[in-house]
Design a protein around this ligand. Sequence first.
Ligand SMILES: [Zn+2]
Length: 122
Amino acid sequence: MSRSRAGAGTTGRALPVPCADGAGDRSCIVCRQGCDTGLAFIGEAEWSMIGLALLGIPAARAEKVVVRQLAKTHGITEPGFVPEGEVIVLVSVCRSCVDTSGSGFPLGPISTGQVPAVRPAN
Ligand SMILES: [Zn+2]
């Protein structure tokens, strides 16, 4: 396990992905200030939670964020359940929080409808 390095090597593989409707609430998930930048975690639901943890979100809150968003984007209504396989979790996060986290995640403007994809490093 190399959890602390899970974000390493992702920046070079970032590709723009379209924002899901209604995803991203335009406030930074870490500091909760308004922001127009974000990224999309693409991978198994667990990866999104790891990515949020790398941004400094406590695990319990990260799980809630992921479950809530997947409920919207994948129609999962049963609490605590996430879909199998690859999912997209869009996160609004500001530049200074990414810098503070040291995750090195790429960021893109949400207003253009495209944000970089962040996939788990192998
Ligand atoms: Zn922030």
